[in-house]
Design a protein around this ligand. Structure first.
Ligand code: ADP
Ligand code: MG
Length: 619
C-alpha cells in the first residue's frame, strides 16, 4: 500500500484527493479537499494553495503527511483568459448636449421648448421669449419657484426648468403654471446657455415619447434629414427614461474619438484568416471553424482587439518569464454582448447600450513553468511530486468513478476559465483512445457578461446573480420568486430589501441596487450561460467526437464547479439531446458530485500505471 494525493490545480479551485494504492492497482479513496487556487494556474504562485489542500486532505483522512509516497499534480500548463469588450457601435454626440436620466422625482409633466437661460438672468428676458430656466444647487427651491412665477407674470414664457438639486417636485408644486422640471442634473454648470433646448417629463410609470424619437427631436428643433441622422444616437440613448433634456449646440462643440474594434487574424495549423471584430461573434466563430485547430491569433495594432491580445501575451510572458513572442494563443471564444457606455456629451452620466463582442483568449505555453512548479512543491512538501497526464484525460478517468457510467463516454469539465472535453472509446485503460480539448471561456466569462450587461461594476454581486435565483420583495413579509411563486416570512424583511429585486444567496437575501426588474436580470443571466456554456459544450464535443460526428457520442458526464449551477447542466442536456446524447451531472466516487474528477483521475491513472508496471515486473 502506498499513500498518494492527487492534486488538480484549476483556474479557480485547487482540489485534492488522498488515497491508498495497492500493488495490484487497487485504490482505496480516503478523502477530498478543496481551496482557492493561489495565483495564476501552473505558476509557482500555486504552491501555498497546493500545500493547504494536501494538508487538509491528509488531515481529513487521518494520515501523517510523512507517510505520503507521492503527490500527483495535473499538467497545469498556464492558461489565462483575457477578456475584451469590443464596442462595435458607439454613441458620440457632436451637435447637441443631452441629459437623460431617471431622477426619482422629476416635477411637472409634458414637453417644454425654449432657449436656455441661467436662473439669475431670468429677470433680463423680454416678454414673449420662450425660455428653459437652468438653476444650480445654490438657488433655493422657493426662490426658483418665485423667480419663475415673476417672469411668467411679466409675460416671459418659461416652458421648463433644469435644476441641480433634488427639488423638482418642490419647485413644480409652487408654480402657478406647471411646467416640466428635470432635477438631479449633476453637471448643471455645463448646460450650454442661450441655446435652443427641450425638456420632457413623462407621467409616473411612463417613459418619454418625444425626445426618445429621432423625428420627435427633429420636429422640436426643425432639423433637416442630415441633422436628424446626426441626432439619432441622442434619441437612442434616451429611450426608456422618465425625463430628458436635449440642448442643441453649435456643431463640433462635443467631439469624441472612436477606437475601432479592429481585425482579428486567426492562424490555424494549415490556414490563416482575418475577420473584422465588429462583424460579430457568429462571424468570428465561423472563421475559427474554418481555420481550427488554432496555432495562434493576432490583433490589428492600435485597435481594441490588438490591445487585448497584446495584454494577454504580456501578462503571460511576465508570469512565466517566457519571451513574449513564444506565447501562443490556442483558443478564442467570441460572444455577442452589449455594454452600457457613458455617452459622450451627456451631462448626468447617461448610458447607452452599445453592441459589443466579448473575446476570451487562452494561451498555452511550454511545460517549463510546470516543472518549475513541481520542483518548488517537492521542496515545500518534502515528498516526491509527479506531473500527471492531460487534465481532460484525468477528468475522464475520475468521472468513470461515477456510479452507472461506463466506456465509451465523454466528459465536459466546466471550470472558471476553460471548458474542457474528453472522449474515450471502449478500450481497456492502457489501450483506450482518448481525445481531449481545452477551450477558452467558462464560469468567469459568464460572470463578467452579467456584470457588464447589467452595468453592475461589482463582480461579487454578478457572481451571486449567476449562482442563485432572484426574487422581488413585494412587502415586508413576502417575496415573489422569479418563477412567480410567493414565499411568506414571519419576521419583517430587512428594510433595504423592500420593493427591490433580491438575489437569494446561501448567506441570505442581497438587494440588487439597479433599476433592472427581475425579468431583465433573469434574461441576462440565462442568456450569458447559454452564450458561453452551450456554445462551448457543442464546440468541445464536436472536436472530440469520433470522426467529428457529435451523434456518435452516447453519454456525457458534466463536471467542474459550474456543473453545480442550478441551470447550466439542464441547458446543456437540452442542447445535446438534439443529437441523441444523454447528459447528466457526474458524481465522482459516488460522493463528490461533479467536483474532484481531475484529482481522483490522477490517483486512478497512477494506480493503473503502477499495477501495469508491477505486472510487467512480476511476469
Ligand atoms: P477550475 O477547474 O477552472 O478551477 P472550477 O471547477 O472550480 O474551476 O469551477 C469554477 C467555476 O464554477 C466558477 O466560475 C464558479 O463561479 C463556478 N461555481 C462554483 N460553484 C458554483 C455553484 N454552486 N453554482 C454555480 N456555479 C458555481
Ligand atoms: Mg478544473
Amino acid at each position: 500500500m502506498s499513500l498518494v494525493v492527487g492534486v488538480d490545480i484549476g483556474n479557480s479551485t485547487t482540489e485534492a484527493c488522498a488515497a491508498d494504492v495497492g500493488a495490484d492497482g487497487e485504490v482505496t479513496y480516503l478523502s477530498a479537499a478543496l481551496g482557492r487556487t493561489t495565483g495564476v494556474k501552473g505558476t509557482v504562485a500555486n504552491v501555498p494553495g497546493v500545500v493547504e489542500v494536501v494538508v487538509r486532505a491528509l488531515k481529513a483522512a487521518g494520515r501523517d503527511p510523512a507517510g505520503v509516497r507521492a503527490v500527483l499534480v495535473n499538467e497545469a500548463t498556464p492558461v489565462i483568459s483575457g477578456l475584451a469588450m469590443e464596442t462595435i457601435t458607439e454613441t458620440v454626440i457632436t451637435e447637441s448636449t443631452m441629459i437623460g436620466h431617471n431622477p426619482d422625482t422629476p416635477g411637472g409633466v409634458g414637453l417644454g421648448v425654449g432657449t436656455t437661460v441661467a436662473f439669475a438672468d431670468l429677470p433680463d428676458r423680454a416678454p414673449g421669449d420662450a425660455v428653459i430656466c437652468v438653476a444650480g444647487a445654490d438657488a433655493d427651491f422657493e426662490d426658483v419657484a418665485a423667480g419663475i412665477n415673476a417672469a411668467v407674470t411679466r409675460g416671459v414664457r418659461v416652458t421648463g426648468a433644469v435644476v441641480q438639486a433634488d427639488d423638482a417636485t418642490l419647485i413644480a408644486n409652487r408654480l402657478r403654471e406647471p411646467v416640466p422640471v428635470v432635477d438631479e442634473v449633476t453637471l448643471v454648470h455645463r448646460v450650454p446657455l442661450g441655446m435652443p433646448a427641450a425638456v420632457e417629463v413623462a407621467e409616473q410609470g411612463r417613459t418619454i415619447r418625444t425626445l426618445s424619437n429621432s423625428y420627435g427631436i427633429a420636429t422640436v428643433f426643425g432639423l433637416d434629414p442630415e441633422q436628424t441622422r446626426m441626432i439619432a444616437p441622442v434619441a437612442r440613448a434616451l429611450v426608456g427614461n422618465r425625463s430628458a433634456v436635449v440642448v442643441r449646440t453649435p456643431s463640433g462643440d462635443v467631439t469624441g474619438r472612436r477606437i475601432p474594434a479592429g481585425i482579428l487574424t486567426l492562424i490555424g495549423e494549415r490556414t490563416k484568416r482575418s475577420v473584422e471584430v465588429d462583424a460579430g461573434a457568429k462571424e468570428i466563430m465561423e472563421t475559427w471553424r474554418r481555420v481550427r485547430p488554432l496555432a495562434d491569433a493576432d490583433g490589428e495594432p492600435g485597435t481594441h482587439v490588438g490591445g487585448m491580445l497584446a495584454r494577454v501575451r504580456d501578462t503571460m510572458a511576465d508570469l512565466t518569464a517566457m519571451p513574449r513572442d513564444a506565447v501562443r494563443i490556442q483558443d478564442v471564444l467570441a460572444v455577442d454582448t452589449f455594454v452600457p457606455q457613458r455617452v459622450t456629451g451627456g451631462l448626468a452620466g447617461e448610458f447607452a447600450l452599445e453592441n459589443a463582442v466579448a473575446l476570451a483568449a487562452m494561451v498555452r505555453t511550454s511545460r517549463g513553468p510546470m516543472e518549475l512548479l513541481a520542483d518548488r512543491l517537492r521542496e515545500a512538501l518534502g515528498t516526491d511530486v509527479l506531473i500527471g497526464g492531460v487534465e481532460a484525460d484525468m477528468a475522464l478517468l475520475g468521472a468513470l468513478t461515477t456510479p452507472g457510467t461506463a466506456k465509451p463516454m465523454a466528459i465536459l469539465d466546466l471550470g472558471g476559465g476553460s471548458t474542457d472535453a474528453a472522449v474515450t472509446d471502449e478500450g481497456a485503460d492502457e489501450g483506450a483512445q482518448v481525445r481531449s480539448v481545452h477551450l477558452a471561456g467558462a464560469g468567469d466569462l459568464v460572470t463578467s457578461l452579467i456584470d457588464s450587461e447589467l452595468g453592475l461594476d461589482d463582480t461579487d454581486l454578478a457572481e451571486e446573480i449567476k449562482k442563485f435565483p432572484l426574487a422581488k420583495a413585494e412587502s415586508f413579509f413576502h417575496i415573489r420568486m422569479e418563477d412567480g411563486t410567493v414565499r411568506f416570512f414571519d419576521e419583517a424583511l430587512p428594510a433595504e430589501a423592500f420593493a427591490r429585486v433580491v438575489v437569494l444567496t446561501d448567506a441570505g437575501m442581497r438587494p440588487i441596487r439597479t433599476g433592472h426588474g427581475v425579468e431583465r436580470i433573469r434574461q441576462v443571466r440565462r442568456s450569458a450561460k447559454q452564450r458561453v456554456f452551450v456554445t462551448n459544450a457543442l464546440r468541445a464535443l464536436e472536436q472530440v467526437a469520433p470522426g467529428g460526428d457529435i451523434r456518435r457520442i452516447g453519454f456525457v458526464v458534466v463536471l467542474g464547479g459550474a456543473a453545480l449551477d442550478f441551470e447550466i447542466p439542464d441547458m446543456i442536456a437540452e442542447a445535446v439531446s438534439e443529437f441523441g446524447i444523454v447528459s447528466g451531472t457526474g458524481n465522482v466516487r459516488g460522493s463528490e458530485g461533479p467536483r474532484n474528477a481531475v484529482a481522483t483521475g490522477l490517483v486512478a491513472g497512477h494506480a493503473s500505471a503502477h499495477a501495469a508496471s508491477t505486472a510487467v515486473r512480476c511476469g
